[in-house]
Design a protein around this ligand. Sequence first.
Ligand code: C2E
Ligand code: MG
Ligand code: MG
Ligand code: MG
Length: 288
Amino acid sequence: YAKSVAKNTYQLYETSMSQQNEETLKIEHHLRSAIEKNELELYYQPKFDLLTNRVTGVEALLRWHSSILGEVPVTKFIPIAEETGLIFKLDEWVLKKACEQSRKWNALNLSYPLTMAVNISPLHFRLPNFVHFVDRVLKKTCLEPSLLEIEITEGCFIDNADECIIYLTQLKNLGVSVAIDDFGKGYSSLNYLRKFPINSLKIDREFIHEVEQNADDIAIVKAIIFLSHELKLKVVAEGTETKEVIEILKGLGCNEVQGYYISEPLPSNEIERIISEINSKDEFFSNS
Ligand code: C2E
Ligand code: MG
Ligand code: MG
Ligand code: MG
């Protein structure tokens, strides 16, 4: 009996493995032509400054509307793109598109500058010509470098801290900002925070979403905010979904929040409207 159970279990496992491989292959296949088929789009999510009560920037988030597979979540296809090397093409498309969009928005004579944050895969960040590539895109799109922010995760720093310091310094010399995304979720030591020329930390959503009811989360968030400010870094909270959470973060001195309460990620035309709506109110957050 045990044998047959084990056998059945194994067969089940085998099926799901091959189904998974099939799906991966399918995604890879269609992803290869996604750019040419014009199936990619950038959505943008505002970052809201708690001191000025204004949207000071947006983060570009990739969306794939596949004609064959439908909406494929970015968390599903990015790992496949990383495994297959397609990520370089994707990141390039995203960076160009985001810089063009930022250039357009900032040409509108806004009363305040709007920064553009772009997520870059650790694989890409580690390429020796990455900084050169960023420089080329900035020049081509005529975007003021200080308007661009690169978001990388702690995974970038594993194994090559010395090279990272060089790349980060080069980015800084270009005038580009760097944020550490999903901070607190990784495994790296705090050592890099004092050594690396970075501009901000984004506290991972995991520590934020229950912050109003979880004393441990509050303790961690407090500590990250304190640490950031001691190190002269700006601190951004990800995944702020309620007014209560934002109030707590404001009380703790968090600089910026990003999450569904302010706005979900939206296509460019919709986000323009939302941002001008928020920024035209004097007290968007306090009054709402
Ligand atoms: P991330 O950079 O940490 O982006 C934040 C994610 O949290 C986004 O998911 C966003 O839609 C989601 N989010 C924002 N506010 C809230 C909220 O209040 N509640 C909840 N539950 N979620 C919220 P998304 O767009 O699915 O992206 C997932 C991840 O995929 C990103 O995490 C980033 O690591 C990666 N990614 C997205 N776009 C790109 C890209 O263009 N290039 C690369 N290399 N990676 C990307
Ligand atoms: Mg990000
Ligand atoms: Mg994040
Ligand atoms: Mg995240």
